[in-house]
Write a protein that binds this ligand. Sequence first.
Ligand code: ADP
Length: 408
Amino acid sequence: MKRWFRVVIISIFALAAVSLVVIQLVQTRRSLSISDNMFSVSVGNAMEDVINQLDNDNPNATTSFSYQDLDSLIVEELIINGIDMHPVIGVYDGSQGSFLYSSDPRRETDLVNSPYRYSFRPQGVVSTNQFFIILSFSWADLFLQRNPSIYLYMSSFLILVIAAMFFISLRTISNQRKLDQMKGEFINNMTHEIKTPISTISLACEMLSDESISQDVASRSNFIGIISDENQRMRVLVETILQSAKMSNKNFTINPKEVDINDIVDKVLNSFKLTFANRSGIVEKHLNANPSVIIADELHMTNLIYNLVDNGIKYSNGAPHIEVSTSIDGKHFLLSIKDHGIGISKADQKHIFEKFYRVSTGNVHNVKGFGIGLNYVAQVVRLHHGHITVESEPGHGSTFIVSLPING
Ligand code: ADP
């Protein structure tokens, strides 16, 4: 889908969804306001009848004013006017600013703020003061009187559904775009990563076929080393891609047996010998795990260590400095691979184990990769019932710590 077309579709959808939500909200507000007005009118009618029976000024008033009777009189009149509620009732002397009576003294603040306030002159009270009967309805009562119909519930529910669907669609579209982008990058990088060792190997072969070079033992072993290194790089690369594809098909299994991790570390570091030599790198080994034999899959363990060391080298500016340590912690074997490279921000640390995830600075530093190495490492660790953590600070390097159960 073309970018402009996607933007137009999203904009139309957003506009339609927002308009629908606004129309529904206006409609809902209107019906609630009608319902509120009807309620106020009914309360007003009820109180008019009450006051007619109490008010001193009304010649037809029959009820002599008494606070005891006031509650039942008001509730009765409310019911007659279709309001089956029992509000808090107060009689307020407006001139004194105090209550002469309230059915619930704890709610006097609510009464003062209530809009349901009706002026009257109580029977038998001789005073020029201004008196009011005030009613205060609870929030629950006011909510219920709005009598939200099934229509209101339905439209609120539909508004929520539309909003949710809109955000889900947006997220899906954005994920799809990211995935497309990642796929494109993956193919680009894969082509590059496979082409480089192929051309390096063919160059080395060409050199070796030159008699003057192949006669020289040092040069010969140097070129054979290059071929072997590049071969190993391609092997791990192909292995990682294949395993990654297998993992997606849920066919990923391990073949655990006794393996010596210290030996594997030695073997892997050996395959990087030339790389370290070419980049004046430093390798420190602290292989303190004793015993160093655990139950694990040899091939996957080799690839795991290779990937972590390779990353340590790839993401180091200048001469790489890698420290590999092993130790035993109770029933767990600890493998730590530390570099002094570019480091990883806290935000990126949360994502680096996701498939295809690459920190954008990876591209800025022109480091090629697929973003599947760490995902593969994490899957291998998971299948061995272990766990992997990363400690890192941008500019200060990273340490990957793998903890594996010794007995598998
Ligand atoms: P890639 O093929 O891109 O190296 P990985 O899955 O191995 O893929 O790593 C994912 C991302 O994590 C990398 O693109 C890189 O940005 C970051 N990363 C991995 N290892 C390190 C490290 N040792 N130092 C700094 N960044 C790293």
